[in-house]
Write a protein that binds this ligand. Structure first.
Ligand SMILES: Nc1ncnc2c1ncn2[C@@H]1O[C@H](COP(=O)(O)OP(=O)(O)OP(=O)(O)O)[C@@H](O)[C@H]1O
Ligand SMILES: [Mg+2]
Length: 349
């Protein structure tokens, strides 16, 4: 079988340059020492092209913590930044450690300190770069050891720490770094990248197929690409039906019907529908997450007040479920509350 076909899209289409990274533009811009330009109306691609041609030697990373949800391009952006910043020296001037490496204190003492101490030729005005991917997985003692190294070698070495949760990075490191926070990608940004991949792979698709991919991805580009590849590999056609067969989430149409039943206070109908989903083996969190996503945009919910009340109920049941109360009865109680809100909109507990 063709090797290229076998490669996961997430790796095959890992951004090579910052132009390929969608979303989080303003945040990415803060990597720059120079303010690139304020042409925010232009697409990322155009602005990066402009930036590189005008400020090619000014790409700069400070001591930075890059925090954000999974699959939003943190690792990819840092790697692109390193390649564009250090050009031919990238192999020698960058040390990348991720969660697959040991993250204890020995690694900090040996590998990181050793690299920081080492003399490496870099372009004028540039610094060596140590990328600590999944930095929140580092042990506390390793982080404690790191803080001194960061200060000691700050004139020659820069650090970029990527993580999902910056609260797991100890305070002294946080205070040494600028924290840039990536957000989930918007639907348009996910579509923008999906379209590039679908065009290059020549994937037959329908608009509702793309919408389904975006819906299931919920701002996670990695998830969107994996689902795209799985759907295409399984069915050779990306449409709504196929995407939902592959993604194995509660079907949004069915969940939409549950909400419609609640909006008209048809409690038994809502329960019957949700029971069919429950017996298909989905857990409560899957169900609540899908319901929440639908509530946010559902046009049948006429007033914003009602939408807020519904979302409030969803957050309460999610909290209870995470505490361990995950029975079908909880779910029915939740639906009962939604029905009651439809009858008495002002009855907020
Ligand atoms: N903003 C983006 N633009 C283009 N592709 C992206 C973007 N974000 C993620 N991807 C795709 O998803 C894959 C994974 O991205 P990446 O490893 O950068 O995510 P991450 O934010 O570091 O996630 P994690 O928190 O799980 O480490 C990339 O190989 C790329 O194909
Ligand atoms: Mg990463």
């Amino acid at each position: 079988m063709d090797d290229q076909f076998e490669r996961p899209y997430v790796e095959k289409y890992r951004p090579e340059t910052l132009e390929d990274v969608v979303g989080n533009f303003i945040i990415l811009k803060s990597f720059f020492r120079q303010q690139v330009c304020n042409r925010l109306t232009q697409s990322n691609c155009e602005v990066w092209k402009y930036a590189e041609s005008h400020f090619s030697c000014k790409f700069q990373v400070r001591l930075t913590i890059i925090q954000g949800p999974p699959g939003t391009g943190k690792t990819s952006s840092v790697m692109c930044m390193a390649r564009q910043m250090l050009k031919d020296c990238v192999k020698t001037a960058v040390l990348e450690l991720n969660a697959s490496d040991d993250r204890g204190i020995d690694v900090v003492r040996d590998k990181i300190k050793g690299f920081a101490h080492q003399k490496v030729t870099v372009p004028t005005g540039m610094h060596k770069l140590i990328i600590l991917d999944e930095g929140d997985a580092m042990t506390e003692s390793a982080q404690q050891a790191l803080r001194m190294i960061m200060t000691e070698y700050s004139s020659t070495t820069r650090f970029a720490i990527a993580c999902n949760d910056s609260a797991k990075i100890i305070e002294p490191i946080q205070s040494r770094c600028a924290i840039v926070r990536f957000t989930k990608l918007s639907d348009e940004e996910v579509v923008e990248r999906l379209q590039v991949v679908m065009e290059r792979e020549n994937i037959e698709h329908t608009n509702d197929g793309i919408e389904a991919l975006v819906f299931t991805a919920d701002g996670d580009m990695r998830y969107a690409l994996n689902n795209l590849q799985a759907t295409f590999a399984g069915f050779s056609m990306v449409n709504k039906e196929n995407v939902f067969k592959v993604c194995d989430q509660p079907h949004p149409e069915l969940m939409g019907n549950v909400l419609k039943a609640c909006l008209t206070a048809k409690f038994s109908e809502a329960c019957a529908l949700i029971d069919t989903v429950f017996t298909q083996g989905y857990n409560l969190i899957d169900i609540i997450n899908t319901l929440t996503k639908i509530m946010q945009t559902m046009s049948e919910i006429k007033s914003e007040e009602m939408r807020l009340n519904y979302l409030r109920e969803a957050s309460i049941i999610k909290m209870k479920t995470l505490e361990g109360n995950n029975s079908q009865l909880q779910l029915h109680g939740f639906l009962a509350n939604l029905c009651q809100l439809s009858v008495q909109p002002n009855k907020v507990k």
